[in-house]
Design a protein around this ligand. Structure first.
Ligand code: HEM
Length: 395
């Protein structure tokens, strides 16, 4: 076939990753220091610069090529294209607590794995655990108390009830999960002796379920291949996420008492998770080169999506920084509200987290804020700086 004209064919220009906007780097360590010490201002500035240039992606220098996207289109692609965006090599890899089970399984094995573990965490099975969860609720103390410390203890008890019928040694459960809430890099430190004790306790309880039966989460997970690892890893994924969400929700109910009624709690929880998503940044690695909006992202790039940035994008939300549960009368913008992730890898414990948090909120008396620091402090998950001191209203 003859060319129609002699004019050269114009191909859209593909730029390199280094042409993406970035927050100001520091000489010597790029963004590593700010990422460790104050990541929220860092990524907010990156997003601002990306938006200013009309884009939805910015880069970070974290010792390897890294990009952060926050538009619905980016979120949808990252969460939907499991062949390109892989979990192996993501941040979960460096936290021994989260480095295993379904969290680190990639396509094509991930889907079948989820199908096996999903039923225990489905609404139907969880409904059967509701009475047990209610019985394990921790009453609020008399006088002033720290809602963050209270939520930590309450969630431990609730998880113990749902997973183990309350039979897991509470001291060991606390010792196991407490390091997850410590500042970096402490959650990344391997703790082989502690993990061995936890595994032994899991085996003891699993043996009881396998010989005598049961209906708690362990009873469903124990017979599965790798079921004890899924139990341990999902407990770790459950604990500080649910603790932080509950603590912030309690604080918001104390500050906005008009919203403290069971009928309003689902909207309060949604709004709390929009403003303060414990899973504030999700990570993947690119398994192959990808061209995104004219930029070539090489294989091996760390690809991040941010439920925090997407849920505060002024182009998508009205008054994004305001606490307004009434906004939930309408559906959120598609792929912009992702406190539990999305797609095939959506949080395994989404229904469990709702059950535990909404049951805990329903049992709370009216509260008054005393003093506190709810500003977010990132660690493995985003949590309130605390303390969050509240007391029963009228006391
Ligand atoms: C409010 C509480 C919770 C929040 C905000 C939360 C948030 C998230 C998010 C954002 C993801 C997706 C991560 C990604 O895409 O990289 C995720 C995944 C996951 N969550 Fe949760 N989570 C919560 C509670 C729980 C609970 C109670 C469990 C207990 C089962 C749990 C277990 C998991 C697991 C196992 C995954 C990995 C799923 C997969 O890769 O297939 N989470 N969670």
């Amino acid at each position: 076939m003859r060319p129609v004209s002699n004019l050269p064919v114009l191909r859209p220009e593909v730029r390199g990753l280094e042409t993406l906007p970035e927050p100001p780097p520091r000489p010597g360590d790029g963004h590593l220091r700010d990422w460790a010490l104050a990541p929220l201002p860092l990524v907010e500035e990156g997003a601002r610069r990306a938006r200013e240039g009309g884009g939805d992606l910015f880069r970070l220098r974290l010792g390897l090529p890294a990009v952060v996207g926050f538009s619905p289109a980016w979120n949808r692609r990252l969460l939907g294209d499991l062949q390109t965006f892989r979990s192996a090599g993501s941040f979960s890899r460096v936290v021994p607590y989260l480095s295993g089970g379904v969290i680190l399984t990639d396509a094509p094995d991930h889907g079948p794995r989820r199908q096996v573990v999903n039923p225990g965490f489905g609404r139907r099975h969880l409904e059967g655990l509701r009475v047990r969860v209610r019985a394990a609720l921790l009453p609020v103390p008399a006088g002033e108390f720290d809602a963050l410390a209270w939520a930590d203890r309450a969630v431990l008890r609730l998880l113990n009830a749902a997973y183990f019928g309350g039979e897991f040694d509470p001291g060991l459960l606390h010792a196991f999960l407490a390091p997850l809430r410590l500042p970096f890099p402490l959650p990344t430190v391997p703790r082989p002796l502690l993990f061995a004790r936890v595994n032994a306790e899991l085996r003891r309880l699993a043996h009881q379920r396998l010989t005598r039966g049961g209906d708690d989460l362990l009873a469903l997970l124990a017979p599965l291949p790798g079921g004890l690892e899924e139990t341990r890893v999902s407990l770790a994924a459950a604990h500080d996420t649910t603790t932080h969400a509950l603590a912030w929700a309690v604080w918001h109910l104390a500050v906005h008492p008009d919203w403290h009624a069971p009928g309003h709690h689902p909207a309060v929880l949604k709004e709390t998770l929009r403003l303060f998503p414990p899973g504030w940044m999700g990570s993947r690695r690119l398994a192959r080169d990808l061209t995104w909006e004219g930029v070539r992202l090489p294989r091996g790039t760390l690809a991040l999506y941010s439920p925090y940035l997407s849920a505060r994008d002024p182009g998508l939300w009205q008054s994004p920084d305001a606490f307004r549960p009434c906004r939930w009368q309408a559906p959120p913008p598609a792929w912009a509200y992702l406190p539990f992730g999305g797609g095939e890898r959506v949080c395994l414990g989404l229904h469990l987290a709702h059950l535990l948090i909404l049951e805990a909120l329903a049992a709370l008396p009216p509260l008054t804020p005393v003093r506190g620091d709810p500003t977010p402090r990132p660690g493995v998950t985003l949590g309130p700086t605390g303390p969050l001191i509240v007391r029963r209203s009228g006391e």
